[in-house]
Design a binder for this molecule. Structure first.
Ligand SMILES: Nc1ncnc2c1ncn2[C@@H]1O[C@H](COP(=O)(O)OP(=O)(O)OP(=O)(O)O)[C@@H](O)[C@H]1O
Ligand SMILES: [Mg+2]
Length: 259
């Protein structure tokens, strides 16, 4: 699969230092520390409710941490200036597409609101990205008419319109059949290859994680553990991580052993 010509921008690092978050009296995560290198694909796994989506929202500057800091290319994401400088594309867990407008208009919404391109240039960009993801026929569809796999690709396409330096994916392969999930994984890997984008991917999909990740981390009981490369993860001996990865997520995959 080739996605050229998408504009290649300098990838950025992501750094999280001492990040903590709670809602009311309930702690979600404490003192998270992580550095993701420019151009890296970091896959974050963890049980449902562990705080993975909240973690991504703090990276987007949508949720303020109680303490600690999240930096993109060394700049604090809490500073609105940072969001202006460092283009971040986000693929939301539920797609977050507006049902009242077509796929094309969903992709065009942000650039139009911010007057980024002329209508002619915008039309070219949107059509090119839809074509790259093999969904050009869906430009005039209402999002409610899309299959799950198409919806995920539209959500990725919308993130790409901004020609991002950092892509944040929240469960990009959930609720997809394995073949469509593998296609999304290939898109994630290809985007890194061809536009060099830094990627943070939240997922329960161990097949995808092993296929695309440079490193894998697990958010569990409020703590983020970086488990290393897929090869290192296969060697891990922690029984809690084994029981998280093996029986619940990947009972049948003989390639994966964490023992
Ligand atoms: N705005 C909020 N107010 C109160 N609690 C919240 C808020 N947002 C998230 N939470 C709580 O924070 C916890 C972590 O939620 P989060 O959505 O990050 O989980 P997750 O790891 O992404 O789970 P899943 O794998 O099911 O998507 C949950 O208990 C959730 O109810
Ligand atoms: Mg989530």
């Amino acid at each position: 699969m080739s996605l050229i010509p998408l504009k290649k921008r300098a990838a950025v690092s992501v750094e999280v230092k001492g990040l903590s978050k709670h809602y009311e009296a309930r702690p979600i995560f404490q003192n998270l520390t992580l550095r993701v290198e420019p151009g890296e694909i970091f896959v974050l796994m963890g049980p449902s409710g562990a705080g993975k989506s909240v973690f991504l929202k703090t990276l987007m500057g949508l949720e303020a941490p109680d303490s600690g800091v999240a930096l993109v290319d060394g700049r604090d994401v809490a500073d609105p200036e940072t969001r202006m400088h460092h283009v971040m594309g986000v693929v939301f867990q539920a797609g977050a597409l507006f049902n009242s407008m077509s796929v094309f208009d969903n992709l065009a919404l942000y650039p139009r609101e911010h007057n980024l391109y002329t209508e002619t240039v915008l039309e070219q960009k949107v059509r090119r990205i839809l074509k790259l993801l093999a969904i050009e026929h869906a430009a005039d569809y209402d999002p409610s008419a899309l299959s799950g796999g198409m919806k995920k690709r539209v959500a990725i396409a919308r993130a790409l319109v901004m020609e991002p330096q950092l892509l944040l994916y929240d469960e990009p392969t959930s609720e997809l059949d394995p073949e469509t999930g593998a296609m999304i994984a290939e898109i994630i890997a290809t985007l890194r290859e061809e536009i060099g984008v830094t990627s943070i991917v939240v997922s329960h999909d161990i097949h995808m994680a092993l296929a695309v990740a440079d490193r894998i981390g697990i958010l569990m009981d409020g703590v983020l553990r970086t488990l290393g490369t897929p090869a290192e993860l296969r060697q891990c001996t922690d029984p809690r991580i084994q029981s998280f990865l093996n029986p619940k997520i990947n009972p049948k995959n003989p390639r994966f052993r964490c023992e």
